[in-house]
Design a protein around this ligand. Structure first.
Ligand SMILES: [Mn+2]
Length: 312
């Protein structure tokens, strides 16, 4: 089947991998003469503006009412993370390209490799397979995804393969230090002040070996920041020694978003997240509770309850 109209979809709260992989594929398909668009439920953070073509990413739901030959879903373990209802989406075929441990193989074709550092790594391998010559733009998009998901070669997703591919992307002109600075070190003064408050109430439960803290929706508003400014905080907490898991609770009006990190070989936080309808990677995962937890006492009793069921 030759697909002429192609919709690329990626997950809510876009990150460097979803934006990088979507834009790299978009550029390739556009150059191949296809009618192509990218849908993401949320707008990408402005600090990704260095990515060529970022402005084509749209949250315009009118796109979802059109008829598409092909839908390609990137970097999303299931439909829920895209905030798109597949039953309403008119398409002949769905291709699912992803690297999450928890991917539920929702596509007609599933290209899922949970050993890949990032979706960008899988797209790179596809481009290599079809012998596509990479240019600066494609290399920048792909390196952005690898550096985002490996935390700048810091976390357990950092494989020999990821480093080898990155070296080739740098050879094509992608600037590693620039991407790392844009993606990993883009802090605002208000963002850091909020980090300070959240870190000041960090608790460690010695029995569970869990470090945990929380942030409330009102605090984002108080500091006039987007909650994506806290994305780096949970990775920062993962630097704690002597704990098995770090947890950040974002307490919103009607729900609680929980992020989990571990550096321990014997712990798979994606399995914990899956118990609550979430997902992610073995060392970095999250889930959303459809209710609000109240500060310290609730958080601890929630963690203790979980500990009985699944943790450690
Ligand atoms: Mn990813």
């Amino acid at each position: 089947m030759a697909a002429n109209s192609i919709l690329i979809i990626s997950h809510q709260r876009p990150d460097g991998d979803s934006c990088g992989s979507s834009l790299a594929l978009f550029n390739y398909l556009k150059t191949s003469g296809k009618n192509v668009a990218i849908f993401m439920a949320d707008q990408p953070p402005s600090y990704f503006s260095f990515l060529p073509g970022l402005e084509v990413i749209t949250g315009d739901r009118m796109l979802l009412n059109r008829q598409w030959d092909l839908v390609i879903v990137l970097d999303s373990s299931d439909w829920a993370h895209t905030q798109v209802k597949p039953s309403n989406l008119l398409r002949k075929m769905t291709i699912n390209i992803d690297h999450h441990f928890s991917n539920n193989r929702f596509g007609d074709i599933n290209c899922v490799d949970d050993l890949a550092s990032s979706t960008c790594e899988i797209i790179y391998k596809f481009f290599t397979e079809i012998k596509l010559a990479l240019n600066y733009q494609l290399a920048t998009c792909l390196l952005c995804g690898i550096l985002s998901d490996t935390g700048g070669f810091y976390n357990s997703a950092t494989t020999i393969e990821a480093i080898k591919i990155s070296a080739r992307l740098i050879d094509q002109g992608a600037k590693m230090y620039k991407i790392n600075n844009q993606v990993g070190r883009n802090r605002t003064i208000n963002g850091l002040r909020l980090w300070g408050e959240v870190l000041a109430r960090l608790k460690i439960d010695a029995d569970l070996k869990i470090a945990y803290t929380y942030v409330r929706e009102e605090e984002y508003k108080k500091y006039l920041i987007n909650d994506e400014e806290l994305d780096g905080l949970i990775n920062f907490l993962n630097a704690l020694t002597d704990v098995s898991i770090s947890a950040l609770f974002r307490i919103n009006r009607n729900q609680t978003v929980v992020s989990l990190r571990t550096t321990k070989d014997n712990i798979n936080v994606a399995q914990i997240a899956q118990l609550y309808g979430g997902g992610g990677h073995q060392k970095a995962a999250g889930f959303t509770l459809p209710y609000t937890l109240d500060e310290d006492s609730d958080l601890l009793s929630f963690l203790k309850k979980d500990n009985n069921r699944c943790m450690l």
